[in-house]
Design a binder for this molecule. Structure first.
Ligand code: ADP
Ligand code: ZN
Ligand code: MG
Length: 499
């Protein structure tokens, strides 16, 4: 952070004594239904362009849209996960605009009668629970995809021409709109990450970020600290990187504070964030704001939802990440920090629970899963559950440590060899002689050698410098390849040195 920036922000940690940021987010999620929102075309990713089209999603005159029931179910599941009320009646509107990627020249969306309203989502920032109210969850259709090509002459933003891939046109899209409740850039990032994990857990979208299956707009303003009023906001649209979002907000908030402190006003406008310069610049202002001339789509009847069906959905919701974090803390006695690593995604949580079910102690199982196991997956580029150590084998290793067969440090080597040799921990210990040395006679001899080899340290110890004991323990461990029983080593060393 430059000195200039720091002065504007106020405190080192990014907070300001006189001003507080206010952030509201809109998140778009493409649903993983088999077919599109209003036609039977397949929803696909990565296919050759324009394979999945029909008169409806190409906007041929007279083609009639029909609502995809599965998309409504997925949307309702998202709404329920956000504690919203799913309304018994909602209406599809036409949002009129010139879209280069929507040949109807309108998008079917929802407006003043959305699918669901008035919910909330609890999320964690630095160990503190925050609540963000959810304004609404509504359904719409995604546009086609523009592919900018060429670039020799750079006529169109660095490209010569653009092509349209209609495979994406009409993909079910959900918009989640929050109230302006989010107090900092960091909170905004946490909110989105935790919300994304929740949507993924519902199994309604893979939420891949690279392809923009999930993307968001951020609205932000600042106001005098402690005030309830809302300041004029600016907006950053269509972001799909958590890091850029936080960087953009970190840049925009001091910019607004500086303007207000100079007695100027904030323009309500859409901004562009350039990650290379870290600067936000205006893209379009409010004067150019669109009048979408919303009106109810005459081709679609209002969507009527049976409350009993909503209750069925509610009863069959999966366990969501936030609830699982709480359960892991309760059931396994884990800290929030550990539970927040293990519980949020279903695959890792499932693996951990298998390790415990196979007999490992909960805390040790957590350490091994978060430590060695994740490191192994990272190094090998593998998905959870596809590593070269099964939950059962990891559990057996943890148990060997617990019952003293293997020392903690030797266990790391056992783990590495279990992967290399695709073997059971017991086999590895036997084959490579990695068992813990708990035999006093054998250790006594090594202790005696180590003590004899370092007379000056012996002197220091006997002169009252107790911490030198660690030096000797280290020497014994080294001599035994980390296999010595540490408790026994301590005991024997003290006995020898205190004699
Ligand atoms: P629009 O119709 O322009 O999309 P909305 O009222 O739907 O505006 O609000 C869009 C988003 O902006 C919401 O997430 C909302 O919480 C947020 N928002 C509205 N006003 C402010 C403000 N003054 N500061 C920060 N965020 C705001
Ligand atoms: Zn179609
Ligand atoms: Mg909006």
């Amino acid at each position: 952070m430059s000195d200039d920036r720091r002065r504007l922000v106020g405190h080192e940690d990014g907070t300001h004594p006189d001003w507080e940021p206010v952030i509201g987010l809109e998140m778009h999620v493409e649903l993983d239904t088999q077919t599109k929102m209003f036609c039977g075309c397949a929803v696909t990713r990565g296919d050759d362009p324009n394979l999945h089209t029909c008169p409806v999603c190409l906007a041929h005159p007279g083609a009639l849209p029909v609502v995809n029931r599965r998309a409504v179910e997925y949307a309702a599941r998202i709404a329920l996960a956000l504690n919203c009320t799913v309304r018994p009646r909602s209406v599809f509107h036409r949002k009129n605009y010139f879209y280069p990627d929507l040949p109807k020249a309108y998008q079917i969306s929802q407006y003043d009668e959305p699918l669901a309203t008035a919910g909330w989502f609890d999320y964690w920032v630095d160990g503190e629970r925050l609540r963000c109210r959810i304004n609404r969850v509504h359904m719409e259709e995604d546009a086609a995809k523009l592919i900018h090509a060429g670039g020799e002459t750079g006529r169109i933003a660095g490209s010569d021409y653009s092509m349209v891939d209609f495979n994406r046109s009409g993909t079910p899209l959900i918009e989640i709109v929050t109230e302006p409740d989010i107090p900092s850039p960091e909170a905004a990032r946490e909110f989105l990450q935790q919300l994304r994990a929740t949507v993924m857990e519902l199994g309604v979208s893979e939420c891949t970020m690279e392809e923009g299956q999930v993307r968001w707009d951020a609205n932000m303003s600042v106001r005098p600290a402690g005030s309830d009023a809302l300041g004029t906001r600016t907006e950053l649209k269509n972001m799909n990187s958590f890091r850029y979002l936080q960087q953009a907000l970190d840049a925009e908030i001091p910019r607004q504070i500086a303007l207000l402190e100079a007695g100027e006003t904030i323009e309500q406008e859409t901004l562009h964030f350039d990650p290379d310069t870290g600067i936000t610049t205006p893209l379009r202002s409010k004067e150019e704001a669109h009048d979408y001339r919303y009106f109810p789509d005459p081709d679609l009847v209002p969507l009527e939802i049976d409350p009993a069906w909503v209750e069925e959905l509610r009863a069959t919701q999966p366990e969501l990440p936030a609830a699982r974090v709480e359960r892991f803390m309760r059931q396994y006695g884990l800290s929030r920090a550990d539970a927040s690593v293990l519980a949020p995604t279903g695959a890792l949580a499932g693996f951990y629970e298998e390790v415990v079910a196979a007999g490992a102690a909960a805390k040790a199982a957590a350490n091994w899963t978060m430590g060695e196991y994740l490191a192994h997956l990272n190094a090998a580029g593998l998905e959870v559950g596809h590593g070269h150590v099964t939950a059962e084998r990891l559990a057996r290793l943890v148990m060997l440590v617990e019952d003293g067969t293997v020392s903690t440090s030797a266990a790391k080597e056992v783990f590495a060899r279990m992967i290399e040799e695709r073997a059971e921990p017991g086999e590895v210990v036997e084959r490579h002689g990695l068992g813990q040395i708990s035999d006093s006679a054998e250790l006594e001899a090594i202790v005696a050698e180590v003590v004899a080899a370092s007379p000056s340290q012996v002197e220091q110890y006997r002169g009252g410098k107790q911490q030198v004991l660690g030096f000797f323990v280290g020497r014994v461990m080294k001599a035994t390849g980390g296999r010595a029983n540490p408790q026994l080593v301590n005991e024997l060393l003290r006995r020898t040195l205190d004699a």
